[in-house]
Ligand binder design. Structure first.
Ligand code: AMP
Ligand code: MG
Length: 355
């Protein structure tokens, strides 16, 4: 079976081709066209520009994804090239995400579905992040129940997962998402967008003990919620009280970045481990763009091992937004495929879709 995945939830246009043979997954292509450069000067995603870029990019990314599949597509119809007619189903992100961006993807796949007479499988982007943990190379034995921490640019959610498709949100951020906090604090410090990788690079270059102490918001609260806006404000206050010379100094930026990163890591790990113990889970799953962070991955791995949890995190390229995760989620939900012209016509983007 061949599934085409499409994601346009935010500022990446992505299309992937996933082949499934005897329940084995093979990613034939996963093209991500990033809009980082477009949004850099705004320090965040500009929805109208993002929509326009998706509109322009989608046909090009589709061609690239099909071409790449052909290079990798060993044995499809005895060496025949994949063309859109070979696709068995299209899975597309319908939410959550930015409304104009989601609609661009949804309308694009509606056209494809009519043209090639294939069903559409609607996918929740957050579930896509979680199920990125099943993409190859995969640990076949992800044991349930599991706790998933989804940390992305728009979401920070702690989710109890009893099986694929069965989720309970235990807690989430009350204000900024972890990635949003990294993006905003990076902006305060004059670092480029997206802030997460920029902060990680500064912190890595420093690599020492930090002399700045930032708060760890809600570290000890009894619930599973998060709050990151206080951390951002603390960074702003510290920055404002420094002299112009100090603000620009490499040392200040590096120490501050190391402390921001560690403050975020401390809160994420502590709350996730506590939820894991409270719900007696077997596995901890990490996902979302912030999960690409090396330090977070390493510290999580260490802590989970110490507490006897299995720990799983996708390859960094499947942590940030990508369509391979949407394709695999579509496969797990293939029974919910929309087949009739009427069902497909009625498909809607849902910007505030919940798990
Ligand atoms: P997503 O919304 O899942 O695409 O994730 C995007 C978010 O992940 C942005 O807020 C980025 O700043 C953040 N991010 C991406 N790579 C890293 C990294 N290596 N370290 C920390 N944050 C990251
Ligand atoms: Mg995302």
């Amino acid at each position: 079976m061949l599934i085409l995945g499409v994601d346009t939830s935010c500022d990446d246009t992505s299309i992937a081709v996933l082949r499934i043979v005897a329940r084995k997954f093979e990613i034939l292509s996963n093209i991500v066209s990033s809009q980082e450069k477009i949004h850099q000067k705004y320090g965040g995603v500009y929805p109208t520009l993002a929509r326009r870029a998706h509109e322009a990019n989608l046909p090009l990314v589709l061609v690239q994804a099909l071409k790449r599949s052909n290079t990798n597509g060993i044995g499809v119809g005895a060496g025949a090239k994949i063309n859109p007619r070979d696709i068995d189903a299209i899975s597309v992100t319908i939410g959550p995400g930015l409304d104009p961006c989601l609609w661009e993807g949804v309308n694009f796949v509606k056209d494809l579905a009519y043209k090639f007479n294939v069903p559409i499988i609607p996918v929740n982007h957050i579930e896509g992040h979680i199920l990125a943990n099943w993409l190859p190379p995969v640990d076949e034995n992800i044991k349930f129940p599991a706790i998933c921490l989804v940390v992305s640019g728009g979401h920070t959610q702690l989710i109890l997962m009893r099986k694929i498709g069965k989720y309970q949100i235990l807690g989430e951020t009350r204000d900024d998402a972890a990635g949003e906090c990294l993006d905003k604090t990076a902006r305060i410090l004059g670092l480029p967008y997206p802030g997460g990788p920029a902060i990680a690079a500064e912190a890595r270059d420093y690599g020492g003990l930090t002399s700045i102490v930032l708060p760890r918001p809600m570290l000890r609260s009894k619930d599973y919620d998060f709050s990151f806006s206080g951390l951002k404000t603390a960074v702003l206050y510290d920055y404002k009280k420094r002299s112009a010379k100090e603000r620009k100094s490499k040392k200040y930026i590096q120490v501050m970045c190391a402390e921001i990163q560690q403050a975020v890591i401390d809160v994420l790990i502590k709350k996730t481990i506590r939820a894991g113990k409270d719900y007696k889970v077997k596995t901890i799953l990490l996902s979302g763009g912030v999960a690409a962070n090396k330090e977070l991955r390493a510290q999580f791995q260490q802590r989970a091992k110490k507490e006897n949890f299995r720990f799983q995190v996708p390859n960094p390229k499947f942590c940030t937004d990508n369509a391979a995760m949407i394709a695999i989620t579509g496969w797990f939900h293939r029974a919910k495929a929309l087949k009739s012209a009427r069902q497909i016509k009625n498909l809607q983007a849902i910007p505030n879709l919940r798990l």
